[in-house]
Design a protein around this ligand. Structure first.
Ligand code: ADP
Length: 458
């Protein structure tokens, strides 16, 4: 079922229910009033007759009968009977008492309770007691009449209410549909606008209408989401073009080296030299591809990553060994600011291979980008974190580049004479994120660099 139909249906149902409850209660209230009104009239009628008959003793009963019949029968044909102590009719404004059947039980009830109301066939009956103060005699008066006027009134009210109810429900259905359509119009508009947005053109945005209501909020959120998707598309595009460029450079170098080698016959020594150079280029390619693979792996936020408690200092010593073995000119010093009392302060829940990559990149950069090829590593800890500072006195990074330094393929201008592809730090950032930590750079151009890695310990 469409939302529009659903809203219209629910709206109609609620309004119809309210109208029905209202109409039924109003009808029963009116019915009660009419009944009370008529019973009061009958009571008055009975009392008036009694007063005339009993108080005005010399009043001619036949005269009273004529007045009785002619004054009131035009509105209600009220029939009145007066009984004495022996339940004998002493006065009646109708000719045949049999027309007004009464049972001794009813008469007894009236005598007992002094007042009684009942329904007989279509008629209403009111009975009451009246005392003749002079003669100290009790009379029982019965008045009965058909409330034709009241019933007609109620019948008309019923008809009017039914017609009103049906037409109100009908109008509610129509207004419900129009109202639901009107309310859902902005959603239909958003729907149309969204269907026009394609992956090729994410610059299109939804109009935010009056900028105030929930729909405008939805459009704003959707636009923000589009901007984020657009940004990530752009990043991906630039990543692919950067990656292709980085891969093409060593491949082009390999190609030209092979072409030059094949130009003429060479001595075995010359071939050996060419193969060595090819091997170096190939090695660089492998390094780059490994880096890209690692970046892709960390981007995926691999859930299957094995996280185990690892001592940070152990990782750092392993990396130190490995780097110094690869580069004899590297000098790496590792120090604790204070010796930990327990293992937990320097133990973090992490992935060993990723943490090795992280510190390998940072320490390698520190040695690579400084003339003395020296990296100073300091380990600190506080209540919740273990802080590893990798410092060098190298070429430094200008403040303007601090934000971009962790983006893939970004390299500073002053690093152009150094080998590298600009993906190591973006991998580092990702690894730190995976471990729930932070990486903070403090550096100035020509003043060396400080990378602070903050990781939560056990
Ligand atoms: P690569 O070192 O392979 O170029 P990275 O992602 O590790 O890639 O580093 C990105 C860039 O950040 C480097 O090209 C360099 O410009 C700058 N950089 C990183 N570490 C340092 C450092 N310790 N000192 C100076 N510049 C650095």
């Amino acid at each position: 079922m469409k939302i529009r139909t659903k809203i219209a249906f629910q709206f109609t149902l609620i309004v119809a229910l309210i109208l029905v409850v209202f109409s039924v209660s109003l009808y029963y209230l009116l019915e009660g009033y009419t009944k009370d009104e008529f019973n009061n009239y009958l009571k008055d009628r009975a009392q008036t007759t009694a007063k005339l008959l009993i108080n005005k003793k010399n009043l001619d009963k036949r005269f009273l009968k004529i007045v009785d019949r002619n004054t009131l029968s035009s509105l209600y044909a009220a029939e009145v009977l007066v009984f004495n102590d022996e339940n004998l009719v002493t006065y009646s404004n109708i000719d045949s008492v049999n027309k007004f059947p009464y049972s001794p039980e009813i008469l007894e009830k009236i005598r007992k309770f002094k007042y009684h109301e009942a329904n007989y066939q279509n008629k209403k009956v009111v009975g009451l007691m009246y005392t003749d103060e002079e003669l100290k005699k009790d009379y029982l008066i019965l008045a009965q009449a058909e409330d034709t006027y009241g019933e007609q009134k109620l019948e008309r009210i019923k008809e009017a209410m039914t017609i009103g109810l049906v037409s109100s429900i009908f109008l509610t259905i129509i207004f419900g549909f129009v109202f639901a359509g009107q309310s859902l119009k902005p959603i239909s508009r958003i729907n149309q606008e969204v269907s026009k947005i394609t992956a090729r053109d994410l610059t299109k945005k939804l109009s935010t209408g009056n900028n105030k209501d929930e729909i405008a909020q939805l459009a704003r959120n959707f636009n923000e989401m589009l901007s984020r998707i657009e940004k990530s598309f752009e990043l991906q595009k630039s990543f692919v073009s950067n990656a292709s460029h980085e891969l093409r450079t060593p491949l082009a170098a390999i190609k030209s080296e092979i072409q030059v080698a094949l130009e003429k016959d060479r001595t075995p020594e010359q071939y050996k030299e060419i193969l060595k150079s090819l091997n170096i280029d190939n090695q660089r390619l492998i390094q780059l591809i490994n880096g890209l693979l690692q970046l892709a792996k960390s981007e995926k936020g691999d859930k299957s990553l094995q996280m185990v408690p690892i001592r940070i200092d152990e990782i750092l010593f392993e990396v130190q060994d490995e780097l110094q073995h690869q580069h004899q000119n590297y000098r790496i010093s590792i120090d604790f600011e204070e010796i930990p009392d327990d293992d937990e302060s320097v133990t973090i829940n992490g992935n060993k291979s990723l943490l090795r990559t992280l510190f390998n990149n940072l320490i390698d950069n520190a040695c690579k980008y400084s003339e003395n090829n020296m990296a100073v590593i300091n380990i600190r800890f506080n209540k919740s974190n273990c802080i590893i500072n990798v410092a060098d006195t190298g070429i430094g990074i200008s403040k303007d580049d601090h934000e971009k330094i962790f983006e893939p393929f970004f390299r500073t201008k002053n690093a152009s004479n150094y080998k590298g592809h600009g993906i190591g730090l973006s991998i580092c950032k990702r690894i730190v994120d995976i471990h729930g930590g932070r990486i903070i750079l403090k550096s100035e151009l020509g003043q060396g660099s400080n990378f602070n890695v903050i990781l939560p310990h056990l």
